[in-house]
Design a binder for this molecule. Structure first.
Ligand SMILES: [Zn+2]
Length: 200
């Protein structure tokens, strides 16, 4: 059977950038259409975790505060799940997360997909890469930043466009054009004085 040959155990290929497989899947999910409510919840949790990460790095509790862990646990209590092995067209024995109805209060309906994306986010948290899930500063699409300073979609001209829209760039460009035209004008008046005519 053709299909059988393409089904395989997930063998996690070695990647150069820590967290990239997880981060790319999260970014793809966030960029896909629909599921607005689930995404809103996800992004709120992501923002909390990012604030936490910044606090931890600086050794202060500024963003999340001393009650941060409790607050996070409150959000997490809305996610209730069990683990199960499933088989899908791409992978045999895939460990999946099956949402279960929370016991009380806080109940939310969470899809399997949203649950998986949340778990990927916790993987990134463990790897210290949760802050690499970002929105492009030019077009707003989500991306996984391979390096800490990356701010724009990779492989697009978002970085160039953003740079050109900056006031400093515009000012430099204006100054350059002024000098350019001034030089052109003076060259023109010099050639007029010496009687040289420019052909049209
Ligand atoms: Zn972009």
């Amino acid at each position: 059977m053709q299909r059988r040959a393409t089904r395989r155990l997930n063998t996690q290929p070695a990647t150069r950038y820590l967290g990239e497989p997880e981060g790319t899947r999260i970014a793809d999910w966030l960029n896909a259409a629909g599921k607005r409510e689930e995404k809103r919840r996800f992004i709120s949790l992501l923002d909390h975790l990012k604030g936490f990460a910044i606090d931890l790095r600086r050794g202060v509790a500024r963003f999340v505060g001393p009650d941060g862990a409790m607050k996070l646990n409150g959000i997490l209590s809305g996610y209730s799940y069990r683990l199960s092995f499933v088989s899908d067209p791409d992978e045999l024995f895939k460990l999946a997360v099956i949402p279960t109805a929370p016991a009380r209060g806080n109940a939310r309906s969470v899809t399997t997909e949203a649950m998986m994306v949340n778990l990927l986010m916790f993987d990134l948290w463990r790897l210290g890469r949760v802050d690499r899930i970002r929105q492009c500063q030019q077009c707003g699409r989500w991306l996984f930043a391979r390096l800490a300073h990356h701010r724009y979609c990779p492989g697009t001209d978002c970085a160039r466009k953003s740079n050109e829209a900056k006031p400093s760039f515009k000012a430099r460009r204006r100054a350059y054009m002024r000098r350019y035209y001034a030089a052109k004008l003076s060259a023109g008046s010099r050639s007029k004085r010496s009687g040289v005519r420019k052909s049209k």
